[in-house]
Design a protein around this ligand. Structure first.
Ligand code: TEU
Length: 537
């Protein structure tokens, strides 16, 4: 692949804890991932992004990192990680790791030293005296993303900031020792041939000086909040980019930046900062053609202006799987975002409808210019698992939200590979340990083996779409949006057209050959059926 592979790549997100278990302990690991690399190569993706595999107490699915330059024993060893990287490269797959710079685990040596009174270590975090007569009130009014205050009081009486769980103390990025530590971490993994990093909460590292109160904020992604998206963060990424550019081929970054608009997102993508950033507006858009087109058009206009590719994503390990999101008759608006589960309508999801729409949405993002990230299991058409018993839940959001939000476990259930009953080949034959999250009883027909032989499975669609994307769309040039009936969107790139319908009735198509349809019967008598997409030659 060329040095610009990241501009058009399809990247497969491996949530390693739930991808495949090679050791038989019910938890995914590097051995399991190595065994399934050929599956990913056959699927036709260009790269994999692996969620944190570092030593962690698992307070937040590994996003509470205790050592950034090691591999958690439950996932394997550093030597196995290096073998995985070499084997992935041997199959033509680039490897992107996850880096979590906003906060460490409370078990990280730095935070432990800080709690023991080491002043230099304390200066690497955001410790502040409380307010009120005896300092018994938090230093400001910030809330944790997971619920509750963003401050926890120490035995010494002062407080420390955590925008997420109390086990995830925020680092103070005004401290040069923090920057140096992370530049070393980048070099540690780049030296081991890692091709890039996905940057966790890239918009959170620097806070407004003085940590002022936020006041009434409805949506920290839409409103200006002193904890997020401060302009001082960009000097950090200019230093990171220098490290990445010093390698041959240069390494790359993809930012997880939940910011309020494309103008703010573009600031992370200047040519001396990061390469790409997830286009979350599209993920948050309801399955309504006009809305999807508006978001895509605006994203592409920004991408062209700044010469940074749009980075499309429909699901990840933090949001309700889009098969389920799209399975409601009434589209969910942004304010009800894909993770605000307690506000969901009590309508039973129509998963067949959701799956048909997910097929169509996949064809849309795979036809648009830029890069696309696939979340493990979406190629199987998996829906959100909505009935995980509360005693099996592992996401800290469940407890921290006061049981208001069931959390994200439903999109993190271990994948089905074969067989008709749990663990569906997730663990080796004969393993007795139960999977770390329970799997549903009706996943047999969604296993990779079952879908590999089913002629019109979602897996077959993704394999065909990825193959045709590489052949046609990757080099197809700019988008020309076409006039199309209400409830539809259509565009042409080079010699191909992509049509998608969210209307309630069939829509007449141009008389062009059908290259791929989102499901059998998507096109009948020259008409595109509702909740379908088609590629025309
Ligand atoms: O998530 C950042 C984040 O704020 C959103 O994903 C969302 O607000 C959150 O998931 C609550 O629903 C990143 C990681 O992707 C996530 O898994 C971690 O929990 C979080 O950072 C803290 O590291």
């Amino acid at each position: 692949m060329s040095a610009d592979w990241w501009r058009t790549a399809v990247v497969y997100q491996v949530y390693i804890r739930s991808f495949r278990d090679g050791s038989g302990d019910g938890v995914g690991d590097i051995a399991g991932l190595r065994e399934r690399l050929p599956y990913l190569a056959d699927l036709g993706v260009d790269a994999i992004w692996i969620n944190p595999w570092y030593p962690s107490p698992q307070a937040d699915g590994g996003y509470d990192v205790a050592d950034y330059r090691a591999v958690a024993p439950e996932y394997g060893t550093l030597a196995e990680a290096e073998q995985l990287i070499a084997e992935a490269h041997g199959l033509g797959l680039k490897v992107i790791l996850d880096i979590v710079p906003n906060h460490t685990s409370s078990e990280h040596r730095w935070f432990q030293a800080a709690l023991a009174g080491d002043e230099a270590a304390r200066a690497r975090y955001l410790f502040r005296p409380g307010r009120g007569k005896d300092g018994e009130e938090p230093p400001n009014d910030w809330d944790s993303t997971f619920g509750g205050p963003a401050w926890t009081r120490t035995e010494q009486g002062d407080w420390y900031l955590h925008l997420f769980a109390p086990e995830q103390p925020d680092l103070d990025w005004t401290n040069p020792e923090v920057l140096e530590e992370f530049l070393e971490t980048l070099r540690f993994w780049f030296d081991r041939d890692v091709d890039g990093f996905r940057i966790d909460v890239a918009h959170a590292l620097t806070k407004q000086p003085g940590l002022p109160d936020a006041g009434d904020i409805d949506d920290p992604m839409l409103d200006i909040h002193p904890a997020w998206d401060n302009d001082s963060v960009h000097e950090i990424y200019r230093e990171w980019r220098k490290v990445a550019d010093a390698y041959e081929p240069p390494r790359i970054f993809v930012a997880e930046s939940w910011v309020r608009n494309n103008e703010r997102l573009a600031l992370y993508l200047r040519d001396d900062e990061l390469h790409t950033a997830f286009q979350f507006d599209f993920l948050l858009a309801p399955f309504v053609a006009e809305r999807m087109r508006t978001v895509a058009q605006e994203a592409i206009e920004t991408a062209v202006e700044i010469d940074a590719p749009s980075t499309w994503v429909l699901s990840n390990h933090d949001v309700v799987r889009h098969v389920t999101r799209y399975a409601r008759s009434q589209p969910l608006e942004r304010a009800e975002g894909p993770w605000e589960r307690e506000r969901w309508s009590d309508e039973e999801p129509d998963l067949e409808l959701g799956r048909n729409r997910a097929r169509a949405a996949a064809m849309l993002v795979l036809a648009l210019p830029g890069t696309t990230y696939l979340y493990q299991g979406e190629e199987l058409g998996l829906a959100e698992v909505e009935d995980i018993p509360s005693d099996r839940r592992r996401d800290p959001i469940w407890e921290q939200s006061g049981h208001r939000d069931v959390g994200r476990d439903g999109c993190r259930v271990p994948l089905p590979w074969s067989g008709d009953a749990p663990p569906y080949g997730f663990s080796p034959e004969g393993a007795t340990a139960e999977t770390w999250l329970p799997q549903p009883d009706d996943w047999g027909s969604f296993s990779a083996d079952a879908e590999a032989v089913a002629p019109h499975s979602v897996l077959a669609l993704y394999r065909d779409a990825l193959s045709l994307r590489g052949e046609h769309w990757v080099t197809a040039g700019p988008v020309t949006w076409l006039d199309s009936p209400p409830g539809t969107l259509a565009f042409r790139r080079g010699g191909l057209e992509c049509w998608l319908s969210t209307s309630g009735a069939p829509v007449p198509l141009p008389d062009r050959p059908v290259l791929l349809e989102s499901r059998p019967g998507a096109v009948v008598g020259g008409g595109l059926q509702p909740d379908c997409a088609v590629w025309l030659g």
